[in-house]
Design a protein around this ligand. Structure first.
Ligand code: ZN
Length: 273
């Protein structure tokens, strides 16, 4: 069974799984390029962490039109003499310059036309435990201002995230009690608030009552009072049902938005070509 977090940590955990799944390459798109991070097979058949940087090129682009200068700190890439990328990497410690290379690939776009694309495979150094999931280049930090730089995404922080995960208590039925729970300590005097009470059914009583030890107040004891763990379980079930509904709503809204967008997308493609 997969690890399951407590309800309150669920969103954070899902985001973590999404981010740390190497099979899901999350694309980050910018004006001149897009990039993704994940595992890829290198020329020797080894799977390695790498960034794939993609830059769209004109149809008549040949390798000789591509000019590249790569160092661990900086990339300058120009096509047909136009500089498309001239930027510092946001982190200069991870890139294995000697292993990285680019290739020119021909693809067919949605409209069925053949387009060219530069695929730059930027491999991580073998001794690097970092994951490139936030920004690739320095200027991206300005475009994505709400990123927090402070905690680097490294193997260490990921292991800590998993190690600190608290699993929820097992589900329990209403008539099952856990020994460490204080199921019955919740009664208090409704008159003075004192927790020093006795719950009992005296000879003249028709039901159980709460007798206060500090004042003369007596009230009917609610024998069906929920145990704290049962209450929490019920509240989480309700919150989960609400969240599920909201998610479904959001999905539907996104679906409708995509349907609306189709003509716009095609218009954009035609303009580019
Ligand atoms: Zn009292």
């Amino acid at each position: 069974m997969a690890i399951q977090p407590e309800f309150e940590q669920e969103d954070e955990w899902e985001a973590f799984l999404e981010k740390s799944d190497p099979r899901k390459r999350v694309q980050k798109k910018f004006q001149n390029y897009s990039w993704s991070f994940g595992i890829d097979e290198d020329d020797d058949g080894f799977t390695r962490d790498c960034v794939i940087l993609e830059v769209a090129a004109q149809r008549d682009t040949e390798p000789r039109h591509v000019q590249v200068k790569l160092s661990s700190k900086h990339l300058r890439l120009s096509l047909h003499g136009d500089v498309l990328i001239d930027d510092d990497f946001s982190d200069e410690r991870w890139l294995s310059v000697e292993d990285s290379y680019w290739e020119l690939e021909t693809k067919t776009n949605k409209a069925g036309e053949r387009i060219k694309n530069i695929r730059y495979l930027l491999y991580l150094r073998a001794d690097c435990t970092k994951y490139i999931t936030k920004t690739l280049f320095e200027t991206e930090k300005k475009e994505l201002p709400d990123q927090d730089d402070s905690d680097d995404d490294t193997a260490d922080t990921r292991i800590k995230m998993i190690a600190n995960l608290k699993e929820p208590e097992p589900r329990r039925e209403a008539d099952v009690y856990f020994s460490e729970e204080e199921e019955f300590s919740e009664y208090e005097c409704e008159g003075c608030g004192s927790k020093s009470v006795s719950v009992m059914k005296k000879a003249e009583d028709r039901c159980f009552k709460v007798y206060c030890n500090d004042c003369p107040y007596v009230s009917v004891a609610d024998m069906n009072k929920e145990a704290p763990s049962i209450r929490r379980q019920r509240e989480i079930d309700e919150a989960r049902a609400r969240k599920k509904k909201e998610k479904e709503k959001k999905k539907l809204a996104e679906k409708l938005a995509i349907e609306d967008q189709v003509p716009v997308d095609l218009a954009e493609l035609e303009e580019v070509d």
